[in-house]
Ligand binder design. Structure first.
Ligand SMILES: NC(=O)c1ccc[n+]([C@@H]2O[C@H](COP(=O)([O-])OP(=O)(O)OC[C@H]3O[C@@H](n4cnc5c(N)ncnc54)[C@H](OP(=O)(O)O)[C@@H]3O)[C@@H](O)[C@H]2O)c1
Length: 276
């Protein structure tokens, strides 16, 4: 791997929680950080705080609401236009189970919100930024997923019947892991690796508080696990894996089923056509 202080890293969802902490640590290690957020004011505040804590931090704020595929495309366009190189993409931004998990929400494109933000937006970013990641090799993609995983029922993939936010969250997180497995099979691991992880269980972050859950771990734990996937030279060439914190783990068994992965991929491609 390239030394971290020579890397340009795009982290999504840097206005709070894990993404905010990761952006600060990467800046402290000397990386150039493209800090994504959906809200201009919140993102500017996060950048200011990091600049105050890390003098000389090299930060490039980029605003996009990931619940709108046109904005996801806009974020990719901007990165491609402004950054001559990109060595890592961290798909971290996410929507939790919500304060009322029975309330079904949809994205601007009409896609169930958790699937849209947690999986489809990240898939589009990967698709659009892969050529730049390949040209900047060796590069790494990190999918911040979860141990909370459930297979997508293709008869009702967007939970139009009997909605449950936990189920929607878990489906979106398994979809991330399935995409990770799929892409790893296609990419040359000497060029671009892709791995997924469960950073830590119920960290003290926005989505956990919003869900009314008592935190069981700190952002610091998730930060170390996520940073490791970006910065550990021992993971050079390691791709398609799922980690529970820093330990390799088995994801839901459906992630090992190529036919199930193909079906989720077809669904993802279908939803992405809305962004074309
Ligand atoms: N917390 C845990 O224990 C835990 C466990 C397993 C996995 N994870 C995963 O870790 C990742 C980070 O979560 P977190 O715990 O740090 O949660 P968080 O504090 O709620 O942070 C979520 C981030 O995603 C952003 N985001 C949400 N919706 C967005 C949208 N439509 N467009 C753009 N950005 C959006 C948020 O932006 P705003 O500031 O604008 O809301 C925020 O920056 C997620 O993928 C989550 O699923 C967390």
């Amino acid at each position: 791997m390239r030394p971290i202080d020579e890397q340009v890293v795009l982290v999504t969802g840097t206005t709070g929680g894990l993404g905010r902490a990761l952006a600060e640590r990467l800046a402290a290690l000397g990386a150039t950080v493209v800090m994504h957020g959906r809200h201009g004011g919140r993102l500017e505040r996060a950048c200011e705080q990091i600049r105050a804590a890390v003098p000389g931090a090299v930060l490039h704020p980029a605003v996009a609401d990931l619940s709108c595929l046109a904005e996801v495309n806009g974020l990719a366009d901007r990165v491609l236009a402004e950054r001559p190189a990109l060595h890592a993409l961290v798909n971290n931004a996410g929507v939790g189970f919500g304060s009322d998990s029975s309330r079904r929400e949809t994205s601007t494109d009409g896609i169930e919100l958790r699937l849209a933000v947690n999986h489809v937006a990240g898939a589009l970013l990967i698709r659009r930024l892969l050529p730049l990641l390949q040209a900047s090799a060796p590069s790494r993609i990190v999918q911040v997923a979860s141990l909370g995983q459930a297979p997508i029922d293709l008869a009702d993939p967007q939970l139009e019947r009997g909605y449950d936010g936990w189920q929607a969250y878990a489906q979106s997180k398994l979809a991330q892991v399935m995409l990770t497995r799929d892409l790893a099979g296609e990419l040359d691991p000497e060029t671009v690796t892709i791995n997924a992880l469960h950073p830590a269980t119920f960290m003290d972050t926005g989505m956990v508080c919003e869900g009314g859950i008592a935190p069981q771990s700190s952002v610091g734990e998730g930060l170390e696990a996520t940073l490791r996937l970006l910065a550990d030279p021992g993971l050079d060439g390691v791709s398609g894996r799922f980690f529970d914190g820093t330990r390799e783990a088995r994801p839901h068994h459906t992630a090992d089923d190529p036919a199930a992965r193909a079906r989720v991929r077809e669904l993802t491609d279908d939803l992405l056509r809305r962004a074309a």
